[in-house]
Ligand binder design. Structure first.
Ligand code: ATP
Length: 356
């Protein structure tokens, strides 16, 4: 897909795209504009299209039948981190967020992942992946710093490479792939069902099912991941998007029915996750703090922290908990205080009345 100069100017005029000057000069599509997706980036010499939405199915068997042509599919683990497109622009590697911003933190990390060989051979290609670990957006871990799991390679024009070609390419260049769960015939629904159950047992987020040519894909998530999300987000519940809980309760209910799982057991788990999270939030505010989450990052360039701070302070209050120099750079532990939830909980705890 090509984008004309006129389309870019038109989108800017209508407020659907904006010019930015951070890291380099570029235009970011903040909304869809005709066929141009939100998150698309236009630089001086190239276009990086937004990563396509993957349709969600709510029942494995019927959902597969209706959305994926019969035949063989590649099934991959769905990793729960944040989406990035990593590309070479004007001679340097940059990581772009889902919304099309240059993400300073992820750019610094992507430059340390040994991707130069790949981009030297394929400068026009774009690595689409999920980052997890000690990042400003995901739960910290002592096990590793960050990981980028690549789940698609855009050939530079918005076409994704066929799955097996991608696996081979990532292997050749020593780039981490999203876990590959194997090749299945869509008719072998029993095996695919067992896979879904084992992902649920292992507390994995779910699976993405892709046709071999990567022209079609669907995502299917597990109830344990839905319940974990609910528990993790309940301390800051008023800052979650509308529909967050409804979506997850519905999805998990559909899974329980399709797989005949123990309703009482899941009712207990859901209630436990929801109330524990909520009471943790109320407890934090009741003790005089804010409804907050902690993060930890290791950065080389101190300017990266300034950029993170500038971007995130619009939505949440950031506070540094500790900050120390170590071999790989500066390790910063910080908290994000969610303003809306803190205020609501504080008001309620201090006796404020509300007329419903
Ligand atoms: P959307 O992608 O529709 O905007 P979303 O941002 O809410 O939805 P999810 O519903 O979590 O995201 O699911 C889609 C996302 O899952 C992809 O955009 C990608 O970032 C991520 N993902 C994780 N693992 C994979 C995988 N194996 N293949 C494709 N995408 C994956």
């Amino acid at each position: 897909m090509s984008i004309t100069r006129q389309q870019v100017l038109d989108a800017i005029k209508r407020g659907r795209a904006e010019r930015l000057r951070e890291g380099m000069e570029y235009v970011r599509f903040r909304e869809n504009h005709g066929k141009i997706m939100r998150g698309t980036v236009v630089t001086r010499d190239r276009v990086i299209l937004g990563y396509e939405h993957i349709p969600r199915i709510f029942t494995l068997e019927k959902g597969l039948g209706r959305n994926i042509p019969g035949g063989e599919v590649c099934i991959e683990e769905k990793i729960d981190g944040f989406n990035l497109r990593v590309a070479k622009v004007e001679g340097a590697i940059f990581a772009f967020s889902r919304g099309g911003y240059i993400d300073a933190f992820s750019t610094e990390k992507a430059r340390g992942l040994g991707l130069e060989g790949f981009f030297a051979d394929y400068p026009e290609r774009i690595l689409c992946g999920e980052m997890i670990g000690n990042t400003p957006y995901t739960s910290p871990t002592p096990k590793f710093d960050v990981k980028l799991f690549v789940f698609d390679i855009d050939d530079g024009t918005g076409n994704y490479l066929p799955c097996e070609e991608r696996y081979a390419m990532l292997k050749k260049y020593g780039i981490e792939s999203v876990p590959q769960l194997g090749k299945y015939a869509t008719s072998d629904i029993k095996k695919i069902r067992n896979l879904a159950l084992s992902l649920n047992k292992a507390n994995k987020e779910g699976m993405v099912i892709k046709t071999l040519d990567r022209k079609a894909a669907v995502k299917f998530v597990t109830p344990n991941a839905d319940i974990e999300d609910i528990g993790r987000c309940s301390p800051v519940m008023f800052d979650m998007p509308l529909g967050f809980y409804v979506q997850r309760v519905f999805r998990s209910g559909m899974f329980l029915r399709e797989f005949g799982l123990d309703r009482r057991e899941y009712a207990r788990r859901l209630g436990e996750a929801f109330y524990s999270g909520l009471l943790r939030g109320i407890g934090m505010v009741g003790d005089g703090g804010g409804a907050e989450e902690e993060f930890e990052i290791l950065i080389k360039d101190p300017r990266t922290w300034d950029t993170i701070h500038r971007h995130m302070s619009k939505e949440v209050k950031l506070e540094v908990i500790s900050d120390r120099d170590e071999k790989g750079g500066k390790r910063i532990r910080f908290s994000k205080t969610y303003r809306k939830t803190t205020k609501k909980m504080h008001d309620a705890l201090t006796g404020k009345s509300v007329t419903d």
